[in-house]
Design a binder for this molecule. Sequence first.
Ligand code: AMP
Length: 209
Amino acid sequence: MDFSSLGLSEPIAQAVLEAGYTEPTPVQLAAIPAALAGKDLVVSSRTGSGKTAAFMLPSLQRLTAEPTIKARGPRVLVLTPTRELAVQVTDATKRYGKNLRYAKAVSVVGGMPYPVQNKLLAAPYEILVATPGRLMDQMNRGRIDFSRLEILILDEADRMLDMGFVDDIEAICAKLPASRQTLFFSATLDGQVARMMQRLLKDPERIEI
Ligand code: AMP
């Protein structure tokens, strides 16, 4: 099984090949076709499973189609618990999307000077990778327009809850279009995580690897 037979277009499959991946991992095999079909997903997976490509490759595929709404903000939003993970996701996104014209990724994380971040947000981009606290801050300053947001990804959702981001996540999600697709990744899927899943997802497909 190769990446193009999962439904990914040639420029994306080619970039993945150049990243050195010859075969999809189990989480990629299960999640990519379901995400491409437009379904909400709940995926239990760990770091090292290949989860970043599992959510980012189908999201990049979506970006190969023109947006239906004309606006300037992100089409894809990834929330991560830490700055380090946000940087990793942004770097991976740049690798996987390198052959696409409209797949610019920017990250908005705590600790980054505001003038630098404001400049990034003022230029055109499609993908925003953010930690919840700083994103809330930038939203409250009116710097992010979510009107054309198509896909929301929660990466390591359980860690975000452990770190006390529940209110920020709820407030961010309340500002996103209800028509969005949501991809929810977490090592655990019980307790507080399960309650959040119920609030954020519509009839999700569950993938447990
Ligand atoms: P992740 O779980 O997304 O943090 O990925 C863990 C590591 O596996 C990263 O270094 C990826 O570059 C790598 N990786 C992801 N997918 C594949 C694949 N299909 N084949 C080989 N390596 C992969």
